[in-house]
Design a protein. Sequence first.
Length: 351
Amino acid sequence: MPMPSLSADIAAVLQRGTVIPAHPLALTAARTLDERRQRALTRYYVAAGVGGVAIAVHTTQFAIREPSVGLLRPVLELASEIIANEANRPVARIAGVCGLTEQAVREARLAADLHYDAILVQLGAFGSDVADEGLLDHCRALAEIRPLFGFYLQPAVGGRALGYRFWRQFAEIDNVVAVKIAPFNRYATLDVVRGVADSGSAERVALYTGNDDHIVLDLLTPFPIGTCTLRIVGGLLGHWAVWTRRAVELLGEIRDVTVGERQISSELLARANAITDANAALFDPRHQFAGSIAGVHEVLRRQGLLAGRWCLDAAEDLSPGQMEEIDRVYAAYPELNDDAFVAEHLDEWLA
């Protein structure tokens, strides 16, 4: 039986490169699902011009899978329905899958039932004692269900170290369509790029940045590996869950450089540093990213897309000093926000 493959239009979107926000979870003050605002978030991303949405990922909160929470299916259903019924162009639906093989297969089948195009494979459940071959067997089992979007998640938020050898063999799996590179580490980023290049699969496997601390330079920089030069063509990012309209515009500017061969402006390089500074305020690296989800929520709360910054864990909130940092970057870089765009459309998204 042939492996399930991407439709031609979704494959084209991913290969060209696009903005894929990591979709947050909208909650009420009672920490139950706020369906109205959950739909509004997906509408916001579609209206902003994204080419994909990733849900059931870190920014959505891994705890949605816990039986006492029971939100995995509802959040997958809501995003899939909005994209199917309201997007007027191809928008890739990407579902995160977690856990050991039995759990991950179950989640992948759910994603397939709900018409998701690909699955983002999180390998943090496997300890460092599990060899590459065990991880690859896990990925091959999932590839039988849906096309794979690989994921190098940084260890600080639940990932594990994955070396060049793993990425080379992972890219050789026939149903791998993309990799999100998010170790927040330049050496590890090069391991992924080199592994894909040396696998002979570079024309099939699209590279996406998940390095929220290095977004613009990841997208601008060519990677010469042997006889070929690879590029990171898009991003699947928690940072792009906010100010998403600006992210779409940014990727368009970068494509003018990398494809249209326009000169890299000093303004674009300066903006790269501004975006990293803003990300530090949102993602809270000073406290090992403890406030990263709450930081994203705070921006969405200010815009009116969320009613509050509540997380499933009542103890999870902004870290000390983080609110002041968000205030600082809002004032320092007003060009980065898309508040006016959100204000113009908020009522229709919440309808």
